[in-house]
Ligand binder design. Sequence first.
Ligand code: CAA
Length: 423
Amino acid sequence: MNQGTSSSTVGIDAIAIATPRAYLDLVDLAAARDVPSDKYTKGLGAIRMAIAGRHEDPVTLATDAASRLFARAGVDASRIGYMAVGTETGIDHSKPVASYVHGLLGLPAACRVFDTKHACFGGTAALMGAVEWIASGAARGRSALVVCSDIARYALGSPGEPTQGAGAVALLVTERPRLVELEVGHTGTYARDVHDFWRPLSRRDALVDGHYSVSCYLDAVAGAFGAWRDEDVRRGGAPLARTAYHVPYVKMAKKADRHRAIACEGLDEAAAEARFARDVGSSLAFAAEVGNVYTGSLYMALAALLHAEAGVLEGERVGLFSYGSGCVAEFFAGRVAVGAADVVESLALDEPLRDRVRLDFGAYEAIRRADGDEPAGVTADDEVDVASDRCAFVGVDAAERRVYRRATHGSTPRADAASTAAA
Ligand code: CAA
């Protein structure tokens, strides 16, 4: 249902996720913090949270997600003309994560490359730009790569600690997409200047007014969904079969859907509970394993939804809710393409979750306490103890430039990409 200048559809053609190798089990965190484990596993809905090691950062996670996308979906890198990274945990005040990823992947020089930031909304801003770039005709048949990549970190021992996580989601945006045809120009937006969550420049850990952030998120659901629904009624849109939400922790998606159901749609408690189980439940499986991935969180929920149910959802309409603290939110929708189930199977979306290592609490604390101790004076030739199919942060060189080792397979690097990575 593309409303743009062309009669063709625009949307998400392929998805891939990446997570750090290590995770902390929430039962282990609860024991260390002397909290009943049910508070984390049932109260917040978190089972595990991914923990980034010293050779992983938003650049490596983004590169791994995009490399996997290219390999699994058979992407022709020379056809990418737009590459944007949504992140709120960038590693430099000026040089974007996107520039590193552009170099590490060997993308064409004729490419619009940039980062987008608005807390967890940055990925959606990048996606909307990509969709509109294609729908406007400016892409001239080329595709867009959108990557959401973040490491969610709160102070040790703080209420936010069990809602950490890390990961990236890469989206290939094209005409005639094989997964989800987005409804171009039909979105509901909501914004308000609030201090619910922020991270001053000097800090690595986010600061958050936790319970206030939950109420800001719920106000944003009502605002963005209400705006979208008013327009949808005018257009005579079909019902939504499923909805994927931004998932800072699993229970938040339940609160969001319940608020929408009761406050905006007039459902009673029982109907709201049944709708959540049917329409939202399957989108939360990856978030329960990885935790909050900030910009990528909505798209990890979409990946989980398609992984679980693409077959039954072909031809159906799905809603998408993106929230960025500060705050801005957008509700939009798309139709799952006919044939999506076969594509989803070939993408093996859950593969990165299978090969992981459980950290004990002491190892987790040691990683956190070493935050910021980056190896210095390194060169691109320095060895790092990371699997060769993963991109690795080696350290900073004598001029404080970040040095990366790219994965030895899974991507299609340009011949001069090594100098980009080490420069
Ligand atoms: N067994 C079962 N459930 C239990 C329990 C037990 N023993 N003990 C407590 N619970 C339940 C509570 O009833 C509560 O459930 P409800 O919310 O349904 O009432 C839940 O566990 C959490 O308990 P508390 O509210 O007491 O937890 P808390 O005060 O320690 O912290 C939090 C909760 C505020 C969400 C905190 O984890 C936090 O600050 N997280 C980071 C902020 C965040 O994620 N905000 C979300 C909106 S902002 C956003 O979306 C942007 C973003 O990505 C950050």
